[in-house]
Design a protein around this ligand. Structure first.
Ligand SMILES: O=c1[nH]c(=O)c2[nH]c(=O)[nH]c2[nH]1
Length: 274
């Protein structure tokens, strides 16, 4: 029986970095979490421990920090610079994947900020020396509608206990990742995609979270021509109407117990047909 090395990659996960852009007294803050993952001709280190082809993960981390000295710019561009550096300067590295999260801060003065909860911006850059694939996105965009959500008409069989509802809270924490068909104005694409997700969530009278998912993806594709595909992952953050009758109280849709686990997880991709 032959045993061989299968797919492998290695890198430095979650290099946290803050860069301050100083424009006189007016400062700008960029807060990132950068993960690099490289693959290529890595058989030796796995099979014999010879490390002459292994660009150390410590070196990868240092590259991230050193490149930030020149400015970060859009995270898609920053990821591309890093990916190219690793693949184009190391013969043994054939593929790089750079994942970047950018945490949002709200300005309160020339040099004062607070962390905001408006979703974390994402970028994933994949580069193999020839082809580049750029993915943008957002995660932890938590949204809630207090009404305009129903869920009924689903199969009722021996294990079904869920009552049908014509009015419920609909809440989720959106993760969306979008693939570009080429170059784009990354910053503008992000803002437009994020606004589109929010607008679709607000505007959709929902009969299922699945329907809302499709509406969100469709809105992004209509608003940003450079995006060819949107992948969405929507946890259904259940809010259960409390039975207050043991206390002699009614509850006309006012008091909800918030569920933690388990949760429904609705996932789907919306794509341009062409
Ligand atoms: O929007 C929903 N979709 C489902 O598939 C589902 N399943 C469930 O129990 N509640 C819900 N809500």
């Amino acid at each position: 029986m032959a045993i061989v090395l299968g797919a492998n990659r290695y890198g430095k996960a979650e290099t946290r970095l803050v860069r301050v852009d100083r424009d006189g007294d007016m400062h700008r803050l960029v807060d990132l979490n950068v993960s690099t993952a490289l693959s290529g001709d890595m058989a030796d280190t796995h099979l014999t421990g010879a490390n002459d082809k292994v660009l150390a993960t410590d070196t990868q981390k240092n590259t991230v920090l050193a490149f930030a000295r020149d400015g970060v710019g859009q995270i898609e561009d920053f990821g591309l610079r890093l990916a190219r550096r690793f693949v184009d300067t190391q013969d043994a590295i054939h593929h790089a994947r750079v994942d970047i999260e950018q945490y949002p801060w709200t300005r309160h003065g020339p040099h004062s900020f607070s962390r905001s909860g408006e979703g974390t911006r994402l970028a994933v850059v994949k580069y193999d020396g020839t082809d580049t694939q750029i993915t943008g996105g957002i995660k932890d965009l938590t949204v809630l509608n207090t009404t305009d959500s129903e869920f009924w008409g689903f199969p009722r069989e021996e294990y079904t206990t869920l009552p049908e509802t014509k009015d419920r809270i609909l809440a989720t924490a959106v993760t969306a990742k979008w693939k570009f068909n080429g170059e784009a104005d990354w910053g503008r694409a992000y803002e437009t995609a994020r606004d589109s997700l929010l607008e679709a969530f607000v505007d959709t009278y929902s009969y299922s979270l699945q329907q809302t998912l499709y509406a969100m993806g469709e809105r992004v594709l209509k608003a940003v021509p450079e995006i060819k595909e949107v992948r969405l992952s929507l946890p259904n953050k259940h809010h259960y109407l409390c039975d207050l009758s043991p206390f002699g109280l009614d509850n006309p849709g006012e008091v909800f117990q918030v569920g933690d686990r388990p949760y429904g997880l609705i996932q789907g991709t919306v794509v341009r047909e062409d």
